[in-house]
Design a protein around this ligand. Structure first.
Ligand SMILES: Nc1ncnc2c1ncn2[C@@H]1O[C@H](COP(=O)(O)OP(=O)(O)OP(=O)(O)O)[C@@H](O)[C@H]1O
Length: 837
């Protein structure tokens, strides 16, 4: 037996082979034991032993693969630490293993391995000779010893300096101080190395430093490094109460023993990195406070706790959010105009307003302007204008689709107490774009729904209000985030379903549907080139002439926007792509076998380029035209009139049909009508009954009261679509007048207008969309309320010039305009009423 500083270790030691951590004398480390040999050591030696000696084992670090049965014994690390196993805990989950808490006593070197089964037993030699140094102090001092004493003094001073920089109220610092006061200086390198932040490699170097001098020399730079790092940190932080935990690892363990960082080294590094990131995220003071608090909690939690992952996720999100990261605006109105013009054809009014908006932003850097809301039918380019705005500003673009959102936590997030809680879409969007000044497009604000989970529109109020959104609080974050730099743009199909409070915060810009000519231009300038590119075709391969596009627009689509048109062009491209690809195979048959080549040659020659899509080819690809029924064909009977309706999908033409049978004067209405429309029908009947004499209307038996002995059925085709609103009033009157008089309504006339009981015609909305729909359907003349005259100015010039407008203020004028040669009993309209604008 040898002795060292009062410690004597047996000359034969069972060895615990480990690759996890490094045990230094004077420190305690927790080891997980899985490998068969180490398990046997615990079972046979530690659990069965009865004396204190039997709890002393040798810990050999740096073993390559201790789990393997045939660990490479000859290459074992030659220096190890003898230690006492002070705690053994067994567990069966996730697989059988033991956890040992071992306190290091002194170094030893392996002289020879005596046996390797069931565990490794070795002849060892104790290395630490502390008593030599201690005894040398009192005797005559040599040069070497003098140097050693100086080194140890310096080390002690540095340790005291480190201590002076830390808060003594923190338990781990107090313990460090106690150790510094009570331990002999010779023990300091091992103890300090194990307490401060050092890597496993550095600890191994200290373990291998057998002489004291070497050990001091090795550990001193590590201590100095820690002091320097602390100085730097203190410069950047006001309070240093948290530093201690960064300098030391906090370990629960036996009193009076020092604890080593290895066991939680990974976790420690992880939280340190997290802390560094938190400070680097440039967040607001309030957010930083919350993060520091959460980080403290996280450090105290074992990683297996479910809350650990939640807190970790929260901190990760906080770090990722762009608290003060923004992109620089590169706004140039001239360039913006060119870009908007290049991206979109027509939409002049919208583009003008957008440029005004951007110009104001250029002159005044504040964003406290109105929120723009583009309202119009689907496929008219609302979303793509939003995207262009982001491009002109050089900002990130993010689209938030609000269609069907019925839970306010979708906008504002869930509180973190809920299982599966998440931040809302706004915060998620910011995380995605990674800057705090993106363009957010709130798509389909009119399709927000309400539910038991709250009103998402109410949550949006806070987001969109420039007075409030600088401190938007997501429930998940629970700290305010400044949204004032975000540029919000909303889109909707109709304003009718947008909650008034929300609508009030936005400036509505109507984006009406396109005329056929506009669609032609859009198709040839944008849609066809885009689809060609998407299908890998070139204009040299596919040519869609103007007349074919015209055909697609009029006979295969009936829409306000151009989405369906784009789809049809896509279909044409796909069909051509097949032909082109086949042609390439024929002209380029390298990969084919000679047999195949023979077969190919038999086939027809490759198509001539470019492939021109004429009417026959179009019919081949798209099938029979979908909208071929001429309006005039449906107006061949008395009792049918053509109205104009406005829907969120744009303007529509709408037929009103009436029939009468013998009966008791009942009125039947079909076609899924709303209350207002039903009332219009009753109004129309009442007015006709009151004026039947004037207009020479008769019932089925020839009497003057149209309802006497007659049942009337009014039907509005497309019965599956709900219809409502007062604007069908004039059409119903015209339709009934036609029925009772037996005269045909003019086949090229469509109309819209609200009626009163006195026979006046009141103005209605959606004029532009309605007129465009009439134009699309090939109508020649449109009857509209006189008071809607100014709305006609919004119409494209070509539409205005190709239609006749009859502007009316009484039903008398309506009937006069709707029937060829006027209606019996009506006054001839003054010339100004009949105008071709
Ligand atoms: N004036 C235009 N010029 C060029 N392309 C256009 C124009 N209008 C629409 N488009 C094209 O039509 C397609 C559909 O447009 P977009 O998705 O922006 O429609 P939207 O109005 O947002 O529809 P929704 O209301 O259904 O969201 C896009 O490919 C867009 O580029």
């Amino acid at each position: 037996m040898s002795s060292s500083g009062g410690i004597e270790i047996p000359s034969r030691l069972p060895l615990l082979l480990t690759h996890e951590g490094v045990l230094l004398p004077g420190s305690s480390v927790r080891f997980s034991v899985y490998s068969p040999r180490n398990m046997q050591l615990v079972k046979h030696r530690l659990l069965k032993g009865t004396s204190l000696k039997s709890t002393i084992i040798g810990v050999v670090p740096g073993t390559k693969d201790p789990d393997s049965e045939i660990a490479d014994l000859p290459s074992l690390h030659k220096v190890g630490t003898a230690g006492i196993a002070v705690q053994v805990v067994g567990s069966n989950w996730p697989k059988p293993h033991y956890t040992l808490l071992i306190t290091g006593l002194c170094r030893f070197s392996i002289s020879s391995v005596l046996k390797d089964r069931p565990f490794v037993l070795a002849e060892v030699e104790q290395l630490d000779r502390l008593e030599q140094f201690t005894s040398a102090v009192s005797e005559s001092v040599t040069g070497e010893e003098e140097e050693l004493r100086e080194l140890s003094h310096k080390f002690h001073q540095s340790a005291i300096q480190l201590l002076g920089m830390l808060d003594m109220t923190v338990p781990v610092v107090a313990k460090f101080r106690r150790l510094l006061d009570s331990l002999p200086k010779e023990a300091l390198p091992d103890v300090v190395t194990s307490m401060i932040h050092t890597s496993n490699k550095e600890k191994l170097q200290v373990l291998e430093a057998v002489t004291l001098e070497e050990r001091f020399k090795m550990a001193l730079p590590m201590l100095t490094r820690q002091i320097e790092a602390l100085k730097l940190l203190q410069k950047t932080r006001k309070s240093n109460t948290d530093l201690e935990k960064r300098v030391f690892s906090v370990h629960k363990g036996l009193p009076g023993r020092q604890f080593n960082v290895d066991e939680e080294n990974d976790d420690g590094d992880d939280t340190t990195a997290l802390e560094r990131k938190i400070y680097g995220a440039n967040m607001t003071e309030a957010a930083l406070k919350v993060c520091i608090k959460e980080l403290k909690r996280l450090k105290k939690m074992p990683p297996s706790m479910p809350e650990y992952a939640l807190t970790r996720n929260y901190l990760d999100l906080m770090i990722e959010l762009p608290w003060s990261k923004n992109s620089t605006d590169c706004l140039d109105i001239g360039a913006a105009r060119t870009l908007l013009d290049n991206d979109h054809y027509a939409m002049d009014k919208l583009k003008r307003r957008v440029l005004e908006y951007l110009a104001v932003r250029q002159l005044k850097s504040s964003l406290k302007g109105p929120i723009l809301c583009f309202v119009g039918p689907p496929g008219v380019g609302k979303t793509s204008v939003g995207r262009s705005i982001a491009r002109t500003l050089g900002r990130e673009f993010h689209r938030i689709s609000l269609g069907g959102v019925c839970d306010q936590s979708d906008i504002r997030g869930h509180r973190r107490t809920y299982v599966g809680s998440m931040p809302g879409r706004i915060i998620n969007g910011l995380k995605t774009v990674r800057v705090n000044n993106p363009v957010f497009l709130l798509d389909e604000v009119d399709k927000l729904a309400k539910s038991l989970q709250g009103d998402p529109a109410a949550a949006l109020l806070e987001v969109l209000d420039p007075e409030q959104n600088h401190s938007f609080t997501d429930h998940y974050l629970n700290v305010a985030f400044d949204l004032s730099q975000v540029l919000f743009i909303a889109t909707a199909n109709t304003t009718a379903t947008i909650p008034p409070a929300l609508l009030d915060r936005m400036e509505v810009l109507q984006v009406p549907g396109y005329t056929q000519e506009e669609k032609m231009e859009i198709a040839h300038r944008h849609l066809i080139p885009k689809q060609l590119e998407e299908h890998g075709l070139t204009p040299q391969q596919l040519n869609i002439p103007q007349c074919t596009t015209q055909d697609i627009i009029t006979r295969y689509t009936r829409e306000a926007g151009v989405r369906s048109l784009e789809r049809k062009i896509g279909t044409v491209c796909r069909a051509v792509a097949v032909k082109v690809a086949e042609g390439q195979n024929i002209t380029n048959p390298e990969g084919l076998t000679s047999e195949c080549q023979g077969q190919q040659a038999a086939k027809e020659a490759p198509p001539e380029m470019p492939i021109v899509i004429d009417q026959a080819a179009l019919r081949d690809i798209l099938g029979h035209p979908v909208f071929d029924i001429e309006v005039s064909e449906r107006l061949t009977l008395p009792g049918v009139a053509l109205g104009l309706a406005w829907t969120p999908l744009g303007g529509e033409i709408m037929f009103v049909e009436a029939s009468r049978t013998e009966g008791e004067g009942q009125l039947t209405l079909t076609g899924l009508l709303g209350d207002v429309m039903k009332e219009s029908a009753h109004l129309a009947i009442s007015w006709l009954r009151a004026n039947s004499k004037t207009y020479q209307l008769t019932n089925i038996v020839g009497g003057p009261d149209p309802l006497e002995g007659t049942d009337i059925h009014l039907h509005f085709p497309a019965g599956a679509v709900t219809k409502d609103g007062p604007s069908a009033g004039v059409t119903i009157v015209t339709c009934l007048a036609s029925l009772f008089s037996g005269r045909l309504v003019r086949s090229d006339v469509a109309m819209s207008g609200e009626i009163t009981l006195r026979g006046l015609v009141l103005p209605v909305g959606g004029i532009k969309d309605k007129v465009l729909a009439a134009h699309r359907a090939g109508v020649k003349c449109v009857i509209l309320p006189k008071r809607n005259e100014q709305d006609l100015e919004d119409l494209p010039a070509n539409v205005r010039s190709s239609l006749d407008f009859i502007l009316v203020s009484t039903l008398d004028q309506v009937l006069n305009g709707a029937f060829d040669g006027g209606f019996p009993g009506t006054e001839r309209p003054p010339l100004s009423m009949l105008s071709k604008l």
